[in-house]
Design a protein around this ligand. Sequence first.
Ligand code: GDP
Ligand code: IMO
Ligand code: MG
Length: 422
Amino acid sequence: MPATVVVGAQWGDEGKGKIVDLLAQHSDVVCRYQGGPNAGHTIVVGDETFKIRAAPSGVISGKVSVIGAGCVVDPEVLIDELDELDARGIDTSKVVVSGNAHLIMPWHIAIDQASERRLGKLQIGTTRRGIGPCYADKASRIGIRVQDVLDPKILRQKIEVALAEKNVWLERVYEVEGFDLDEVATRYEGYARTLRQIVGDTSLLVDEALTAGKDVLFEGAQATLLDLDHGTYPFVTSSNPIASGAATGIGIGPTRIDRVLGVAKAYVTRVGEGPFPSEIEGSNQERLRNLGGEFGTVTGRSRRCGWLDLVALRYAVRVNGLTSLALTKLDVLSDFDELPVCVAYRLRDGSQTPHFPAHQSDFHHATPVWETLAGWREAIDGAASRMELPEPARRYVEFVERELKVPVELVGVGAGRQHVLA
Ligand code: GDP
Ligand code: IMO
Ligand code: MG
């Protein structure tokens, strides 16, 4: 089973980085297929903590680490990240970036920030890293790609064309300062020195690795419900985190993918705006946030916390074709007597459904139908196998398997690499 996609099954921050890091130990290539520095993946190895935004999580184990065509690259963030990892003794020499990946330019960040400010109460709550505006330019076919920085003449020309429009937009619509052609061109020519060394034909590289029978991991950033087409639009990111995005984002056929592992927390968190049916009311939300350390890796924002939502997870099973699940952070639930789980939604007309609503306004008004499971109130981070978990914790995991009809292959009981029960 050489090709495995690891995909977030909720609204992000499920612990994908940790699971990818673990699986990377037995893999040859790790690929990021979408997103950019909006991602924040935390990997704990021994007493070292790494926070990764741009590179695939496999970089920590010195694996071939591919940044695919479907990603957007902020060269400053990527280069700083690689420099920092190098300084910490991590071998980053096997990072390869697709020449087709789009570059986040300074005006993308400025527009992301200004448009969120302009939206006021209607804002999406983006990470303000320029993700949406960069993907918008890609779709409008006016983006600047990694391969464009390799030729200073082409780069300068493209920046000039872009600025002619972006500066008018920034100054007249958003009333903020525009950018200077020479300053931006010189800065990006500087980045080209590093990018030239790491650019490669990533579609071919992955195809050859798969053909040679190597183990390849495809790492999604963000998650199913943040997917541009299948998530809770408009409160989504601007790319396709779902599993099929791995094929388009890397440039391989969908028939090459063997397994799809969904990563879900044993509860749910969400950063940014948008409806969230199983969001906890009252003091237990803050209690769970503190117990789980639920503060954003990229922005430091408090993550909204909810009880496990099986309607949303059922949807993730469907749109990703999940073959198994990793259930992370089960240890965080050890402090509660009872654990509500959302098993269905009650809709506005009073009916109940096990399915994720197809229409935004139905989802907006959906309220959870709860089933309450017993808690266990004892630490579980020392368990060495699923059999060693207290019975209510085992039942919690089995309940998820039964409801979703998907095996839970891995259970997370702590942040470290060793804290995963197979
Ligand atoms: P990602 O974006 O999906 O990679 O997830 P983040 O790194 O943003 O957030 C997950 C957080 O939970 C990180 O701080 C991880 O170190 C931590 N974590 C991952 N798995 C577990 C687990 O099973 N138990 C606990 N207590 N923490 C975990
Ligand atoms: P990882 O990979 C959680 C959310 C933002 C916002 C929406 C759009 O660490 O799981 P964007 O900046 O992408 O245009 O913001 O998506 N968001 C994330 N939430 N984890 C992430 O990444 C996220 N990346 C984006 O909070 O609601
Ligand atoms: Mg994260």
